[in-house]
Design a binder for this molecule. Structure first.
Ligand SMILES: [Fe+2]
Length: 207
């Protein structure tokens, strides 16, 4: 079966809808499902913009490993233009973003436009650190492949593998780092999805 953007969004909807959350089901899951339903009902399927820019080998390696979520196979079949995100023009943010691969599927800059949500795919190469940041949007990353360490608020870094997640209420400081493995995830922003209030504070010295 040919994988289309619609196929992928349907798969992501099911994954987000059914994903177990320790705190109990989150409103962000309902918001994401509603936004995907709206996009599917709209039935306008733009081609991904820009020339295809494939994922590099470390991403493909983790996405084709036996521990990866099956949806990674679908993601790999769509010729996205993978690129670092442009959430901020802060030079430190830009310098720390070379190791990131990102596609916004739904959102103000998404392949499908939405002003209510940002939903996309996000990965970071091995041996990278994406430091402390805050933003008004409520956010969740659901890990699809590989592994990464996530810092939330005042907690220590915690290792998250495929099937894990990192949930960040509005304005909660959070950070991400990778060791020997890349990771790929699906992320959701809801609430105030503008990037105007995004702040990047850089890397930490925490172990
Ligand atoms: Fe974030």
């Amino acid at each position: 079966m040919q994988v289309t953007l619609k196929t992928l969004l349907c798969g992501l909807r099911a994954l987000i809808d059914q994903h177990p959350i320790a705190e109990g089901r989150l409103g962000i899951q309902d918001n994401a499902c509603a936004a995907i339903d709206e996009a599917i009902a709209q039935h306008i399927w733009p081609e991904p913009e820009g020339s295809p820019s494939p994922l590099s080998k470390p991403f493909v390696d983790v996405m084709t490993s036996r521990t990866a979520h099956n949806i990674c196979q679908d993601i790999l079949q769509i010729p996205f233009s993978w690129a670092p995100p442009n959430t901020s023009d802060n030079p430190l943010y830009v310098a720390h973003s070379h190791s990131k691969a990102h596609v916004e599927l739904l959102g103000p800059q998404g392949i499908i436009t939405s002003q209510k949500i940002r939903l996309g795919l996000y990965g970071i190469l091995p041996d990278s650190e994406y430091g402390i940041r805050t933003h008004p949007a409520e956010e969740i990353f659901i890990m699809l492949a590989g592994e990464a360490e996530w810092l939330r608020g005042d907690d220590d870094y915690q290792l998250k593998k495929a099937g894990g997640y990192a949930y960040h209420p509005s304005m909660m400081p959070h950070a991400t780092r990778t060791r020997h493995s890349a990771f790929m995830s699906v992320y959701i922003w809801t609430g105030d999805v503008s990037t105007d209030g995004y702040r990047y504070f850089g890397v930490t010295n925490a172990d």
